[in-house]
Design a protein. Structure first.
Length: 575
């Protein structure tokens, strides 16, 4: 890996930056609290590829671009995976006399001598970038099914299951390897959840990737008891309890990742079903821009969080990214000058200098109880994981009224729906109007894979279907107003985007997710309507009058800009 001093030297020697420009970019990186190297790549001042190409020239070593390179399995396996991972090297090509190796440290002569002796070929060394090398190292992974089949073939499933005692069964080597493989591949595939579901004759393993469940593989039914016992041991749960649901947690830590698994086990007709939620603790907290907020809504949020008190509510179904949005806002507010305290169920990410409390109803620590205790801890900002009941809502509203900034979530379909929901919880309308700063509703849509994105023209049939499903004329007017299209008239061709599928996105056409949002700002006019208990239609009308973009409109702007597809926006908003 290049040190900052080496990068500085390379930029000066190759006359890419002057000393003054280097100092300025270092100061900007410091202001943004980012490593200088990361700042250079992020601001696209200089790419990692260009930097390592310069480094290769200074070392008089050829540079190899490994992007989109598929290496033959027999060549890749010339260097065992453990050695490749440890020394950050890999074989990418060979001739009769020569083996070509990409490395991050061409000076690691000891390992190259070892490879020469092992293969009987001369090593030719190339320099590559850390990102490219990491991507190609993934090619060592066989398919999940192939790996598990290999394990079960070595020791028959029947023999595994017949070993009797659950504790012994859970510590059986093939069972450990099967569970480890299922977990490892989930991390490798960027899955958010793992479902291990027993059916009458087999066990189905599914991964939720980018919000959509996909079949990963099937296991023999005899393995189920061993897999369940292994997960229970990892999560510190009762091995002999098969009739009641159980919840637990465990962590896997390595050089590459730090992942927590939230475990839920429930009895079903054919055995016990396991669902594991993956929480990447090494993941960096994103910015609001990275979450997908457009400039105008972004400005509203930034103004709302500057206010010293009031409520900021985020609404949406489970798994729509509400907690991530709140964590991002807390990260922006986090400074030595304020005391931030949270009550959560569960604590999804650990945050430095934020006091996080885990709800535990078994011992009477509910959201309401935790919130009441927090108010005695001299907080400036309070985050309540979810407003579920009247008591929590009441304490939250009174906290916002008495000088605290309160962040929380609610389960409603849209932003306007949060107001009648709070009224149902016996919160007086005048209190809702005076304490609520903004209400955000959100969903997550899959992003088009950047490696296989293509444009297409919206056909007349497609336009007709869209007109049947929603107010398409209004959406076109919004697109024109937001400068996404030149004219709202359908006479002009409408270009949108999609992914045709490639190996990078597993032929899905999508990779990664981004939010679509609507933000209801409680202005004076809106507050008056709330106090007068106006119906949701009037509140929605006023919100649009104030310039609120609905989730649909926000989604269509992102679809027009090539971030997501129309189908994705409709999938998450028309449910």
């Amino acid at each position: 890996m290049l040190t900052e001093k080496q990068i500085e030297q390379l930029l000066l020697e190759n006359q890419i930056f002057t000393e003054e420009e280097i100092k300025k970019s270092q100061a900007n990186a410091l202001a943004q609290n980012k490593p200088w190297k990361e700042y250079l790549h992020k601001e696209k001042t200089i790419s990692e590829e260009t930097l390592f190409d310069l480094y290769a020239k200074s070392l008089k070593v050829p540079f190899i671009n490994l992007e989109n390179v598929t290496i033959r399995k027999d060549i890749l396996n010339l260097i065992p995976e453990t050695i490749a991972e440890t020394h950050k090297i890999l074989a990418f090509d060979q001739t009769e006399k020569e083996i070509k190796i990409a490395a991050l440290d061409p000076g690691d002569l000891e390992i190259f001598d070892f490879i020469e002796k092992k293969t009987g070929k001369v090593v030719k060394t190339y320099l590559t970038t850390p990102t490219m090398l990491q991507e190609v190292l993934k090619q060592y992974h066989k398919g999940l099914k192939a790996t598990v089949d290999e394990i079960t073939q070595k020791e028959e499933a029947g023999e595994i299951a017949e070993k009797g005692v659950l504790k012994k069964l859970a510590r059986d080597l093939p069972v450990i390897r099967i569970v480890d493989t299922i977990l490892e591949y989930a991390i490798f595939e960027d899955a958010s959840d793992i479902h291990i579901e027993p059916t009458e004759k087999e066990v189905v393993v599914r991964y939720r990737i980018d919000g959509v469940l996909r079949d990963a593989m099937t296991l023999p039914k005899q393995i189920l008891s061993g897999v369940v016992a292994r997960v229970k041991i990892l999560s510190n749960l009762k091995l002999d309890e098969h009739r009641l649901p159980q919840d637990g947690r465990f962590k896997i830590k390595s050089k590459e990742y730090d992942v927590s698994f939230r475990v839920s086990i429930i009895p079903v007709f054919d055995g016990e079903k396991i669902v594991l939620r993956l929480l990447d603790e090494s993941a960096q907290i994103l910015t609001l821009e990275q979450l997908g907020f457009l400039p105008k809504p972004l400005k509203i949020i930034k103004n709302a969080i500057k206010r010293p008190h009031g409520m900021i509510l985020v609404t949406g179904p489970t798994g729509s990214g509400k907690t991530t949005t709140l964590y991002t806002i807390m990260n922006m507010l986090n400074s030595p000058k304020v005391n931030i305290s949270t009550v959560e169920d569960p604590i999804e990410y650990r945050m430095l200098r934020i006091n996080q409390t885990q709800v535990n109803p078994k011992i009477g620590l509910t959201f309401a109880q935790g919130l009441r205790a927090l108010l005695r801890q001299d907080p400036n900002i309070i985050m309540v994981g979810e407003i579920r009941d009247n008591e929590t809502a009441e304490i939250g509203v009174h906290s916002a009224m008495t000088g605290h900034l309160v962040l929380s979530t609610l389960h409603t379909n849209d932003a306007v729906g949060a107001i009648p929901r709070l009224t149902e919880m016996n919160i007086p309308p005048f209190l809702i109007a005076s304490t609520t700063n903004i209400i955000m509703a959100q969903r997550l849509v899959r992003k088009i894979c950047i490696h296989c994105i293509e444009s297409y023209e919206l056909s007349k049939d497609s336009i007709k279907k869209l007109e049947e499903q929603l107010d398409f004329k209004n959406i076109l007017e919004v697109l024109e107003r937001e400068n996404a299209i030149e004219s709202a008239k359908i006479t002009t061709p409408l270009l949108f985007y999609r992914g045709h599928g490639c190996k990078e996105c597993n032929h899905e056409g999508y990779k990664g997710r981004i939010g679509i949002y609507e933000i209801l700002e409680v202005s004076k006019d809106m507050a008056e309507l709330i106090i007068n208990q106006a119906n949701p239609e009037k509140l929605e009308e006023q919100a649009k009058k104030q310039g609120m973009l609905t989730m649909n409109q926000d989604g269509f702007i992102k679809a027009k800009n090539g971030i997501t597809t129309i189908e994705e926006v409709l999938r998450v908003t028309m449910e």
